[in-house]
Design a protein around this ligand. Structure first.
Ligand code: SF4
Length: 320
C-alpha cells in the first residue's frame, strides 16, 4: 500500500443531478480494473486484474470521511464509491460500507460498479447495505463485450449476467443498470433489442443510458447525439434516464473537463507532468495548457523531488 493512497481516498464533492453534492470515495489505485473499456475517461487500464485487495485500510477511509464531514458539515448530500478503476476489487468493501452506514445512517451511500464481480457471493454481500448500486452492462454478446470492454481473460459475459440476475434477487435497495452507448459499436437496433431483452431478464429498477461525453481512453471513440440517445431509450420497457448535460458536464468545455481530471488525478497521487498525458490518454500539449491555467489559478503547483518536477495539489485542493 502506498502512503499517497492513504492521503487521498476522497474526491469532490461533485454535483450530480439526482444525488446533489456527492462525495466520491476512491479505494482503488489508478488504474486497476477488471475491464479496459475503450471509452474509459480514466485512461487505459494499467493493471487488469480480478484479484481483490485491501489497497487502503478501511479505518483510514472511514477516518477521512469523518474528518471531511466534520469540516464540511452540510456540504454533502451523498457518498459515492467510484474509482478510476473497479471499486469491488477493494476486498474490505464488506466492512467499510456497514461502518460508513453506521456512522452516517442518513447519508445515501451509492456504489458505481462495472458489475463484473457480482457472481462472487462476497462481492454481493459487500454491497447489500448500500442504498443504491449502479452496475454497468454495455454488451449483449461476447463479441461486443470483447471489443468494447476488453475484459480480463478469465471473465465471461454469461458469468457476469448471472451475477447481475442473482444480485437483483438478493438486493433490496435501488438497482440502476447503466448502459453506455458508443457510436458504431453497441448502438445498432439489433444490439439494442438484445440489450433490452437482457434488461427485462435482470429486472433493474431503472436503466441509466449514458454515452461518451469525456475524452475516452482510445481516440476515435464517439458518443451518440441527443436524438440517437432518445431513440435508443425507446427500446427499453423499464424506466430509463438518459443522462443529461449535468452528469455529462455538458455545460463545461473540453478544457474545463480536462482541468477537473488533472486536479482529480494529482489529488490521488502526485504525478510528473510528463506522465499525465499518458495517464489520461490525452495529448501532451493539452495537458501543458491546462496545467498552466491550473497553476496560474493556484489550484495546482509544481514540486521538485529527486530531480523531477511533480504536479501536486495546492493546499486548498488537498484539503477538499
Ligand atoms: S470505464 Fe469503468 S469499468 Fe471500464 S475500464 Fe474504466 S473504470 Fe474500468
Amino acid at each position: 500500500m502506498k502512503a499517497a493512497r492513504v492521503l487521498s481516498a476522497l474526491f469532490g464533492p461533485v454535483p450530480s443531478r439526482r444525488l446533489g453534492r456527492s462525495l466520491g470515495i476512491d479505494v482503488i489505485p489508478p488504474k486497476t480494473c477488471t475491464l479496459d473499456c475503450l471509452y474509459c475517461e480514466s485512461g487505459p487500464t494499467t493493471h487488469l486484474s480480478l484479484r481483490r485487495e485491501a489497497f487502503i485500510p478501511p479505518d483510514a477511509v472511514l477516518a477521512q470521511v469523518e474528518a471531511f464531514l466534520e469540516r464540511h458539515a452540510g456540504s454533502v448530500d451523498a457518498l459515492t464509491f467510484s474509482s478510476a478503476g473497479e471499486p469491488t476489487l477493494y476486498e474490505p468493501l464488506g466492512d467499510l460500507i456497514p461502518a460508513i452506514k453506521k456512522r452516517f445512517p442518513t447519508l445515501p451511500l451509492v456504489v458505481l460498479t462495472n458489475g463484473t464481480l457480482l457472481w462472487d457471493p462476497a462481492v454481493r454481500r459487500a454491497l447489500l447495505q448500500a442504498d443504491r448500486v449502479v452496475p454497468s452492462l454495455d454488451a449483449a454478446c461476447a463479441e461486443v463485450f470483447a471489443r468494447l470492454n476488453r475484459p480480463h481473460p478469465r471473465l465471461s459475459l454469461d458469468q457476469i449476467l448471472e451475477g447481475l440476475e442473482i444480485f437483483r434477487r438478493e438486493y433490496a435497495g435501488a438497482y440502476h443498470l447503466e448502459i453506455l452507448l458508443v457510436s458504431g459499436i453497441n448502438d445498432t437496433p439489433a444490439h439494442l433489442r438484445d440489450l433490452a431483452a437482457l434488461v427485462r431478464r435482470i429486472g433493474p429498477d431503472r436503466v441509466e443510458l449514458n454515452t461518451v461525453v469525456r475524452p475516452p481512453a482510445v481516440s476515435g471513440i464517439r458518443g451518440l447525439s441527443a436524438k440517437a440517445m432518445a431513440e435508443a431509450a425507446a427500446f427499453f420497457s423499464c424506466p430509463v434516464d438518459v443522462l443529461g448535460a449535468y452528469e455529462a458536464r455538458g455545460g463545461q468545455s473540453r478544457e474545463e473537463v480536462l482541468e477537473e481530471r488533472l486536479v482529480t488525478l494529482v489529488r490521488r497521487r502526485p504525478c510528473p507532468a510528463e506522465e499525465m498525458a499518458d495517464a489520461l490518454g490525452v495529448s501532451a500539449e493539452a495537458v501543458t495548457r491546462a496545467l498552466e491555467r491550473l497553476v496560474g489559478q493556484g489550484r495546482l503547483r509544481l514540486q521538485e523531488f529527486d530531480g523531477r518536477q511533480f504536479v501536486v495539489p495546492a493546499q486548498d485542493e488537498s484539503e477538499k
